[in-house]
Design a protein around this ligand. Structure first.
Ligand code: 5GP
Ligand code: ZN
Length: 139
């Protein structure tokens, strides 16, 4: 289903033009309007899903396989030496467009494309508790 108010629905389905890298029946891959690095692309499913949790499992599987294919083409053509896959869910995680998208961010030696997280020390007891807590809720 398309969401008529969703900009990525419109782009994914070709109602708004975009710099399209790849298209098939399930996805359109476009260049990001404000790229973090040269070649920064977004994999957009054509079916609306707000985030990872709404995305059908089959589409999620296909998205990661497609990321591998597009990423390989980037490594071959752009002169990048690495690739980050980024996928934000929720405002606290930096999601600004509420239609699932998977970022492919080509990386170049010495670039400053991504802010790295700050590693914290961990408490072994807390880590054991968290592993059990999350693990028990996996469905
Ligand atoms: P988020 O922060 O939600 O993970 O990422 C949204 C991304 O979409 C941003 O990197 C932003 O630059 C990109 N973006 C937002 N609107 C448009 C648009 O209309 N066209 C394209 N090509 N990219 C967009
Ligand atoms: Zn949408």
């Amino acid at each position: 289903m398309k969401d008529t108010n969703c900009i990525f629905c419109k782009i994914a389905n070709g109602d708004i033009p975009s710099n399209t890298v790849y298209e098939d029946e399930d996805f359109r891959v476009i260049l990001d309007l404000n790229p973090a690095s040269k070649g920064h692309a977004l994999i957009l499913p054509k079916e609306h899903a707000a985030n990872l949790f709404e995305l059908p499992e089959e589409t999620a599987k296909k998205a990661i396989v497609l990321a591998k294919r597009i990423g390989a083409a980037m490594m071959e053509t752009l002169g990048c030496t690495g690739l980050n896959l980024v996928q934000n869910n929720g405002a606290s995680a930096g999601q600004t467009v509420l239609h699932f998208h998977l970022h492919l961010i080509p990386r170049y030696d010495g670039d400053s494309a991504m802010v790295q997280w700050e590693p914290h020390t961990s408490d072994p007891e807390e880590q054991a508790r968290l592993a059990e807590l999350i693990g028990k809720a996996v469905r």
